[in-house]
Write a protein that binds this ligand. Structure first.
Ligand SMILES: Nc1nc2c(c(=O)[nH]1)N[C@H]1C(S)=C(S)[C@@H](COP(=O)(O)OP(=O)(O)OC[C@H]3O[C@@H](n4cnc5c(=O)[nH]c(N)nc54)[C@H](O)[C@@H]3O)O[C@H]1N2
Ligand SMILES: Nc1nc2c(c(=O)[nH]1)N[C@H]1C(S)=C(S)[C@@H](COP(=O)(O)OP(=O)(O)OC[C@H]3O[C@@H](n4cnc5c(=O)[nH]c(N)nc54)[C@H](O)[C@@H]3O)O[C@H]1N2
Ligand code: SF4
Ligand SMILES: [Mo]
Length: 655
């Protein structure tokens, strides 16, 4: 595959879904921002400045590992080994015994090739685990409006009158987007409402901090819809022309027990009335959501309820409105768009759709299987059982909330594990074949940011040793798999040909062309930036209202409710545990004789972790906050109730 040449227009920052543009600075190790729509001032955050410091230790040679024996081999020998071992798995168990995992750190072309490899070999077992960070939100968006994606451009936020941020901390997590669009909008008079049981850096800019009990956001949004409704703030023209199910929704709102809902969510009715008033009287309301609205028990209710609120007030399909998914990794959106999803083909079409499969077959000469594959976590659980071979591209499944020993056993239970990575990881240690990959700043192709903007990557650094781009590796593997049959499904003269093939099979990318993407990038499906101006991408073109959510909340089992945040990609590096204290409300602390700096034990009854405490009045009473990297052992229990006590109990006088 040919590579592209570096230019003044730079490349895409590989470190988060904002997709700022940057290029190497005069001091090689520091990146300089290049003005582009996601970073209009050409600024970068602290992580972005270090984007060219790829990793402390790079993988530079293909390695074959066999029961402790580790051999450096040529690329060709490594590829032969992969093909031979995968073919053995298919011969013995069929193609559904293979799993393909990746690749939100990688380009659209790489994701496209990965799912093409899986599907031409005969399985839909292809997934990327980063998409699960936002699965409830994207599912609600795709079912109700049409696409599993942010509805508007980041720049539109400048036109919003009210910005609702829920379960997210963009001030820290998507800092350039926050500072380029949310902050100026607020400085210009927009009202910022932050919905989070725990205050964070985003709260500092907020006019209102709504701090509901964890997992009760759906009730909060239903309460806001009820407040809007009561005040006569429904956009009737929009509701009539663009939606269905309004009568059922209003009937549900009328019988919705607001007092009880407010009590269960633990929110102040006056505050709800105030925010409801702001939403109802605003011309343009935009909502931004992160991992915190996903719910701990897999219920998808919060995004559903938020969509009801936006539809009720006509806040979809115009600038300054809409729902933004604050995606984490650089190409999380593109990985989904390109089809690294077990039940969706490139362009989000169901694998069960005969026409969609036929469209792909016309391009590939091979029809993808019609049975949906399994999700990343289902696949991992089946390693060694019904899954015998796995190809992992730029993911690190060895790191997860699950018990580490269990994961190691799963990885080792495979007949063959192949990992493409740029650096040694907990997962490469268990691989039979490790293939060294080029880093994001070293490769060409495209990536799609969290606002659906497809941007060009251009190599701004050289690839070390025998490392090659994931695209080159995947194409070489594909060629080898079909060599004997003399079929050329993976012959491409350049990365542009892969992108252009994607535009032919993925309806959302139709009309885009690699050479015409330009320095500003282009948003799919059209370059307007606003989805659903005239019609929704649903079968009847209308958006459906859902109903109100049941008012229920698991009783707190005697303790405090644990909230976690700071979920991360190891790629960013995790903070030191010392920098992750337990945040606790001063009154909850005082009841337990805890002061800032004290060592505490946080326990679920079966698992416990030790950390220090910080008293924080921005944390909701009855709730405590821990960074995910510290909280993981507690989360394995699937319980949110914890007790907190001093590690060393205070010395009591007398007796
Ligand atoms: N316990 C626990 N589990 C979690 C999380 C957590 O905080 N704690 N966070 C969750 C979240 S939010 C996410 S998004 C996921 C992230 O989960 P993963 O995506 O599985 O993990 P990462 O740590 O982001 O990185 C995966 C690997 O990609 C490699 N890589 C980076 N760029 C490239 C490239 O261009 N090519 C190739 N081949 N490799 C590359 C990195 O070196 C790294 O080893 O994990 C989720 N799971
Ligand atoms: N610097 C840096 N930036 C990153 C990353 C990184 O590792 N480092 N990782 C990237 C990745 S992979 C991801 S997925 C994103 C994540 O981005 P965010 O989702 O913004 O990440 P968090 O900071 O964990 O914010 C989650 C918030 O949800 C809140 N929360 C928890 N439970 C609830 C609830 O029930 N209701 C409400 N309303 N809120 C709740 C928590 O208190 C927390 O403030 O960040 C991306 N950006
Ligand atoms: S905000 Fe994200 S994309 Fe922009 S410089 Fe920082 S890490 Fe890179
Ligand atoms: Mo994530």
């Amino acid at each position: 595959m040919t590579d592209d040449t570096p230019t003044e227009t730079g490349t895409v920052c590989p470190l988060c879904g904002v997709g700022c543009r940057l290029r190497p600075g005069a001091d090689e190790s520091r990146a300089r921002g290049v003005t582009a729509p996601p970073n209009p001032n050409g600024r970068l955050c602290g992580s972005g400045v270090g984007a060219f410091d790829v990793a402390d230790e790079r993988l530079t040679e293909p390695v074959v590992q066999d029961e402790g024996d580790r051999r450096v081999v040529s690329c060709e020998a490594a590829y032969d080994r992969v093909v031979e071992r995968f073919e053995a798995v298919v011969d013995a168990h069929g193609p559904d015994a293979l799993a393909f995992l990746g690749a939100p750190h990688c380009t659209n072309e790489e994701n496209y090739l990965l799912q093409k490899l899986a599907r031409t070999l005969g399985t839909n077992n292809v997934d990327n685990r980063a998409r699960h960070c936002h699965s409830s939100t994207t599912r609600a968006l795709s079912e109700r409006l049409g696409y599993p994606a942010t509805t508007n451009a980041l720049g539109d936020l400048l036109e919003a009158d009210v910005i609702l941020v829920a379960g997210a901390n963009p001030a820290e997590r998507q800092p350039v987007a926050f500072n380029s669009f949310v902050r100026p909008a607020v400085n210009d008079g927009a009202t910022l409402v932050h919905v989070d049981p725990v205050g964070n850096r985003t709260t500092r800019l907020a006019d209102v901090h709504l701090a509901p009990r964890p997992d009760t956001d759906a009730l909060v949004f239903d309460l806001l819809s009820a407040a809007v409704f009561e005040r006569g703030g429904v956009d009737e023209a929009f509701v009539d022309r663009r939606t269905r199910g309004f009568e059922e929704f209003t009937a549900a709102l009328e019988s919705f027990d607001r007092e009880r809902a407010a009590a269960v969510a633990g929110v102040d009715s006056e505050q709800i009335r105030h925010v409801g008033e702001a939403v109802a009287s605003a011309d343009r309301v935009a909502a931004l959501v992160g991992t915190g609205v996903e719910g701990t028990d897999g219920r998808a209710s919060a995004p559903e309820a938020l969509l009801n609120l936006l539809l009720l007030t006509g806040n979809v399909g115009r600038r300054g409105t809409g729902l933004y998914v604050l995606r984490g990794l650089v190409n999380e959106q593109g990985a989904t768009d390109a089809g690294c999803v077990p039940d969706r083909l490139p362009g989000h079409r169901p694998v069960t759709d005969d026409d969609a499969r036929a469209r792909i077959a016309a391009e590939w000469g091979i029809e993808p299987p019609s049975t949906p594959g399994r999700s990343a976590s289902e696949l991992l659980s089946s390693f060694g059982d019904s899954i015998h071979g796995a190809l992992v591209v730029g993911e690190n499944p060895a790191i997860s909330k699950r018990d580490r020993k269990w994961i190691r056993q799963r990885l080792d239970a495979l007949d063959v594990l192949v990992v493409l990575d740029l650096a040694p990881s907990a997962t490469t240690r268990h691989a039979d074949v490790v293939l060294p990959a080029a880093a994001g700043v070293e490769k060409a192709g495209t990536a799609t940011n969290l606002e659906r903007r497809v941007q060009r990557l251009r190599p701004g650094a050289t690839t070390p040793g025998a490392a090659r781009s994931d695209a080159a590796i995947l194409a070489s593997l594909g060629q080898r798999f079909f060599e004997e049959a003399d079929e050329d499904h993976f012959e491409y003269a350049g990365i542009d040909e892969v992108f252009d093939e994607l535009t032919r099979v993925a309806p959302a990318y139709e009309g885009l062309s690699f050479t015409e993407i330009g320095d500003e990038g282009q948003q799919w499906p059209s370059d307007d930036g606003v989805l659903y101006r005239e019609t929704f991408a649903t079968t009847d073109g209308l958006a459906a209202f859902g109903t109100t959510q049941p008012i229920e909340h698991s009783a707190r089992r005697g303790g405090l409710e644990l909230v976690t945040g700071g979920r991360s990609s190891e790629f960013y590096g995790n903070p030191r545990p010392d920098d992750c204290p337990l945040r606790i409300h001063p009154e909850d602390a005082s009841e337990r004789s805890i002061e800032t700096g004290d060592a505490v034990v946080v326990s679920t009854g079966t698992a416990a972790v030790e950390t220090s405490a910080t008293l924080d009045s921005g944390t909701r009473r009855g709730t405590v906050y821990l960074h995910a990297s510290v909280a993981d052992p507690l989360l394995r229990d699937d319980t949110a109730a914890v007790t907190v006590r001093l590690t060393v109990p205070p010395v009591t006088m007398g007796g």
